[in-house]
Design a protein around this ligand. Structure first.
Ligand code: NAD
Length: 440
């Protein structure tokens, strides 16, 4: 099938590459000229395992194309994906301006029936708004005879395993009441629906809410565990023991119940806020979600508080080695990352940071290149040199079994703050290292 994807970020690019991989002809449209230029030359502008190869191979095979020409995008595709960003507005609600701009573009240029698929995470009712906007523009053009369907098709990929998630999705949610549109979507996704039935068809409102419900549930699990971690610390319990103890109950399960430095990324914080706003708009107080967000905000300051407490508030002129800048492993994404909250608090207190991340160095340079209080180091070892302590913020594999003797030699004192509970406290104590972690 001929598919056009508007918005070539984490979601749009991965989805495009995966659709091309199974044989669809995919045209990627973005307004960012530099990004499109780089992609056309084979440079993938973000890190996601397996993505670069997939993009290069499918581009070379002539199934994946890149353009900034929106009119060409509309002309070419029989299915038009909207995968642009939906950042938080000033009041926390989802900003739909990019989604509606693409809807207008499609309506402006369409000359035949179109299936318009909303892949961005959008509040309940957005499919209706997109349909209304398209109808408005068609009326303005005097082309009311042109038909279209709007489908809500939320994306559930996880950054860090996005390619694998799209290749083997857990579920494919299709929100539409049109049988014809459903059939088009079934044909499009047939290659991903072979092993067993993964397609769940529902009305667009339910599909839109499904995405928010999924992210809010996951954020709730994290905030719950962080709350238990604080209790464990004060009550003399070990959250890692508690985690194993509760995870063994199959109704709870081991997945996604780690205490840590707080959730970040481009989705959980904004999606929890957006659903709170949606609730407010209909005079419903989403008490649980407000607590989830508040708990996370506090959690993101937990490492800083431990550091400040250890040094009795005197951080002026101190240097900290920081391992991990991305909001989670296997991505270069630093949006809302706990590392940013921590670094900014350390800088405000007069401290310096020597940071290393396996993939997010370029992104850190882009965000903080002008900060003299930050040194970006080429290796995790280099970041340690003469620092007052090591702080671990992201649980990259490469940080899980470090050379502790080397760490001791490099630091001014044997001191580790670990926001991901990577090590056994007893083991570090034996090595003579003062070790702070979360909930233990
Ligand atoms: P992103 O910010 O990485 O990419 C968005 C892209 O859209 C940018 O390249 C931007 O230049 C482009 N764009 C903006 N306006 C445009 C226009 N009018 N025409 C064409 N392109 C335009 O965003 P993302 O992380 O890929 O997220 C996209 C959507 O998917 C969001 O709604 C997000 O909530 C949702 N989502 C994200 C993830 C994730 O892990 N990142 C997972 C599931 C769902």
């Amino acid at each position: 099938m001929k598919v056009t994807v508007f918005g070539i970020g984490y979601v749009g690019l991965v989805q495009s590459a995966v659709l091309a991989e199974v044989g669809h002809d995919v045209l990627c449209v973005d307004i960012d000229e530099e990004k499109i230029e780089r992609l056309s030359q084979g440079h993938v502008p973000l890190y996601e395992p397996g993505l670069e190869t997939l993009v290069r191979e499918n581009h070379a095979a002539g199934r994946l194309h890149f353009t900034t020409d929106a009119a060409e995008g509309v002309r070419r595709g029989e299915v038009q994906f909207i995968a642009v960003g939906t950042p938080a507005d000033e009041d926390g609600s989802a900003d739909l301006r990019y989604v509606l701009a693409v809807a207008e573009t499609i309506a402006e240029h369409m000359e035949r029936h179109q299936v318009i698929v909303d892949k961005s995470t959008v509040p309940v009712g957005t499919a209706d708004r997109v349909a209304a906007r398209v109808a408005e523009v068609l009326a303005r053009r005097g082309r009311e005879e042109l038909t279209f369907a709007v489908v809500s098709n939320p994306e559930f990929l996880k950054e860090g395993s996005a390619v694998a998630d799209c290749m083997r999705p857990d579920r494919i949610v299709i929100g539409t009441t049109s049988r014809d549109a459903e059939e088009v979507m079934r044909e499009l996704y047939a290659p991903f629906n072979r092993n067993h039935e993964k397609i769940i068809v529902m009305d667009p409102h339910s599909a839109e809410l499904t995405k928010y419900a999924a992210n809010c549930m996951l954020a709730t699990k994290i905030s719950f565990m962080n709350e238990m971690a604080s209790l464990a610390e004060m009550l003399g319990a070990d959250i890692e023991m508690v985690r194993r103890g509760i995870g063994s109950d199959p109704r709870i399960g081991y997945d996604f119940i780690y205490a840590g430095a707080g959730y970040g990324g481009s989705c959980f914080p904004k999606d929890v806020q957006a659903l709170i706003r949606t609730a407010e708009n209909i005079d419903f107080d989403a008490k649980l979600l407000r607590a989830v967000a508040q708990r996370n905000k506090e959690q993101k300051t937990s490492l800083y508080k431990k550091i400040s407490h250890h040094f009795e508030g005197d951080l002026q002129g101190r240097t900290f080695a920081l391992w991990g800048l991305s909001f989670k492993p296997r991505t270069d994404d630093m949006r809302e990352a706990p590392s940013r909250t921590l670094m900014e608090a350390l800088w405000n207190a007069g401290a310096r940071v020597q940071a290393y991340d396996p993939e997010a160095m370029e992104e850190a340079q882009r965000l903080y290149g002008n900060r003299t209080e930050l040194t970006l180091c080429g290796t995790k070892e280099a970041a340690l040199k003469d620092a007052d302590a090591l702080v671990i913020v992201t649980d990259w594999q490469a940080f899980k079994a470090p050379d502790f003797e080397f760490i001791r030699q490099q630091l001014r004192q044997p001191l580790i703050f670990d926001g991901r509970n990577l090590f056994e406290p007893g083991r570090l104590q034996k090595k003579g290292i003062t070790y702070y972690s979360i909930g233990r």
